[in-house]
Design a protein around this ligand. Structure first.
Ligand code: 13P
Ligand code: SF4
Length: 332
């Protein structure tokens, strides 16, 4: 049993959130990078693909999304009849910021023979200019369904795009965006840690630059990293992604040791996502109480953004042939 989270003039916030969740018929979805108190209270904790699927499937009237804004937008795009609330509307993402929709539209127009494969970490407006959305856990399966001679723009994460170029032998044209959190890991500090724990495998998120991924024993989405950490026979695992995911690891395997990969000074907080950190239990309570802040999208943008998301969901579950996706492939 968790201790009550007291604040806002002595309210038991956890109990209040429980009460409002029932009253509103709300589902609380949380990403692995949220703080432990929020993860423990959520109905579902997952990676971006799992959270998109849950948002599309839920019967709840309200989705309280504890993650960043683009994730909550995906919930609204897929479930427009539901009210989607985000505890803090400023919970953005450096990848989203790196790719303004007007510049992306110009870039696309300059490359008419390319299709746009776009990482889910972007605005609804950028999704609306894209052909297929991918997440780190769905990209490889989706790429395997596209002809090798198809020219592809990959945006906005250059590190993720470069990783899939190396892995699949493609030559996708990369938008120059990056995640400030995964770029903060230091190769020097990681090597020092590996020397200290020579038997500890490294699990890394593909948003990390190649100089970190080169030292990884496993590369994958947050869920894949979690599964690896739990299934590995190793007793100590080095985790090169946002360290709040370690909460799930420690809960499921309390006897193991999970060490977050270090940033540049070996001991900084720079590997914590500042955007995810904006969501707090207090703000979740207020959002459920006031049903604000809400995600609202204009219908034209929503429908245009839904097409590439639907393609991702279909291609990721392998239920649809390429010819049925309404995709205009351009070839080499
Ligand atoms: P996942 O899809 O692996 O959960 O990644 C989301 C994210 O923002 C990583 O920084
Ligand atoms: Fe965006 Fe990076 Fe935060 Fe993920 S960790 S939400 S990619 S800033």
């Amino acid at each position: 049993m968790n201790a009550p989270t007291q604040s806002l003039a002595g309210l038991d916030l956890r109990a209040e959130v429980e009460r409002l969740r029932k009253e509103r018929n709300a589902v609380i979805l949380a990403h692995y990078y949220q703080t432990p108190d929020i993860q423990d209270l959520a109905d579902f904790v997952g990676d971006s693909l799992d959270l998109s699927r849950k948002a599309a499937d839920t019967n709840a009237d309200v989705i309280a999304f504890c993650g960043v804004r683009f994730m909550a937008e995906v919930a609204k795009i897929l479930s427009p009849e539901k009210t989607v609330i985000l505890p803090d509307m400023d919970a953005g993402c450096s990848l989203e910021d790196s790719c303004p929709p007007d510049q992306f539209a110009k870039f696309r127009a300059a490359h008419p023979d390319h299709i746009a494969l776009t990482y889910i970490n972007c605005s609804a407006a950028v999704k609306a200019h894209s052909d297929i959305i991918v997440t780190s856990s769905s990209a490889e399966k989706i790429l395997s369904q596209l002809p090798m001679d198809q020219k592809i723009i990959f945006a906005p994460d250059k590190n993720l795009g470069a990783y899939f170029n190396r892995k699949t032998g493609r030559d996708m044209l990369l938008w120059p965006g990056a995640c400030i959190v995964h770029e903060a890991f230091s190769e020097t500090e990681l090597l020092k840690l590996k020397a200290q724990y020579p038997d500890a495998p490294v699990a890394a998120h593909p948003e990390c630059p190649a100089y970190i991924l080169d030292h990884a024993d496993q590369v994958g989405s947050t869920r894949a990293i979690l599964e690896f950490a739990l299934s590995s026979p190793a007793q100590t695992i080095i985790v090169a992604t946002e360290p709040h995911i370690i909460h799930q690891m420690q809960k499921a395997a309390p006897h193991k040791q999970f060490i977050g990969a270090p940033g540049a000074d070996g001991n900084c907080n720079c590997n914590m996502c500042p955007y995810m950190a904006l969501n707090t239990m207090e703000k979740l309570y207020i959002a459920l109480r006031d049903m604000e802040p809400r995600i609202e999208l204009d219908e034209a943008t929503r429908l245009a953004a839904k097409r590439p998301l639907d393609r991702m969901l279909a291609m990721a579950s392998g239920t649809v042939g390429l010819g049925d996706l309404g995709l205009r492939l351009t070839g080499a």
